[in-house]
Design a protein around this ligand. Structure first.
Ligand code: HSE
Length: 313
């Protein structure tokens, strides 16, 4: 245990796209924008305290707040019962958006606190703590949002037990476009509707796509990435919750996007593109598809963030 050398830190914690089409619960990527801003401070009162939440109506009670629960798991393992930390959160990622709002809070809390603890914990341990936040948020301690939020880039969860996370190669020209329809889809509900058994023929197609997507990323083979962005297991069920989903898929590909799918558990939909021009063309198409629907939406165009949670002051 080393003594803290600074008493407060401000971090930026990025939004993330989980699943990335074929990689349900195992592949995720971090975005450059949007992201939450958080301040973590050492305080006199032992334990974890949520000092303030701005931009969303989230609990101030530490054990009901994903950031609080994640930090609590971390301090428990740190083992200094006299240590206290408080968190202030400025939410810029809307809860229930499908771009890793809960993950950003949990990841920002533990990665920020780890700076105050002079990097005592490994990135993998931080992911493990942040997963406790995900357990609180959705009932499932999935890591495909918190891993890229903490480690940056594109990550693959090879195994949950034991936890084994691999940071994959990010082709430099890969861009992401996200549309967030302003309807709420709770991750717990979107998990509830999934079938617990899959057909062998679907599993074969899915793991072929996962392997090929990873190969495509390493080879920087955008055509292979494009062919691999297919989800035959989860998307057919969840896409019914998202207005005009098929139209977005089809028209964005026609406009030059490599392909995409539901971001996390939705309602956001993401597209990957080679280069900024194609990513912006996908954004235009998303706008054309959504404008007539009478559903409010937000669109983000972003590079993949290679850094994950980062200190801003
Ligand atoms: N893999 C998780 C799910 C991500 O799809 O349920 C939730 O953001």
């Amino acid at each position: 245990m080393s003594k803290a050398t600074q008493s407060s830190v401000k971090v930026f914690s990025p939004a993330t796209v989980a699943n990335v089409a074929c990689g349900f619960d195992v592949i995720g990527l971090a975005l450059d924008n949007p992201g939450d801003e958080m301040e973590i401070r050492i305080c006199d009162r032992p334990g974890v305290h949520i000092a303030a939440v701005e931009g969303a109506d989230l609990p101030l009670e530490a054990l009901k707040n994903v950031a609080g629960v994640a930090l609590q798991a971390m301090l428990q393992e740190y083992g200094d019962a006299s240590l206290g930390m408080e968190i202030s959160i400025r939410k810029l990622i809307q809860p229930g958006s499908g771009i890793g709002s809960s993950a950003a809070s949990a990841a920002g809390a533990v990665a920020g606190a780890n700076i105050l603890l002079n990097g005592h914990f490994s990135q993998e341990a931080l992911v493990r703590f942040a997963m406790e936040g995900e357990r609180l948020a959705s009932g499932a301690a999935h890591a495909d949002n918190v891993a890229p939020a903490i480690m940056g880039g594109i990550t693959l969860v090879r195994s949950y037990q034991p936890l084994d996370i691999i940071r994959l190669h990010t082709p430099p020209d890969l861009w992401v476009t996200v549309i967030h329809p302003q309807i709420e889809v709770k991750t717990s509900d979107a998990r509830e509707i999934l079938k617990q058994k899959v057909l062998l023929k679907d599993a074969i197609r899915q793991w072929g796509n996962v392997g090929a997507l990873v190969a495509g990323l390493y080879r920087e083979d955008y055509a292979l990435i494009s062919r691999s962005l297919e989800d035959v297991i989860v998307e057919p069920i969840r896409s019914i919750l998202i207005p005009a989903f098929q139209d977005l898929q089809l028209k964005c590909r026609e406009a030059g996007a490599l392909g995409g799918g539901i971001s996390g558990s939705g309602p956001s939909v993401f597209m990957l593109s080679k280069g900024e021009a194609n990513a912006r063309a996908a954004a235009d198409v998303m706008e054309q598809v959504y404008a007539p629907l009478g559903v409010d939406y937000k669109i983000y165009v972003s590079k993949i963030s290679t850094s994950g949670v980062r200190q801003i002051s």
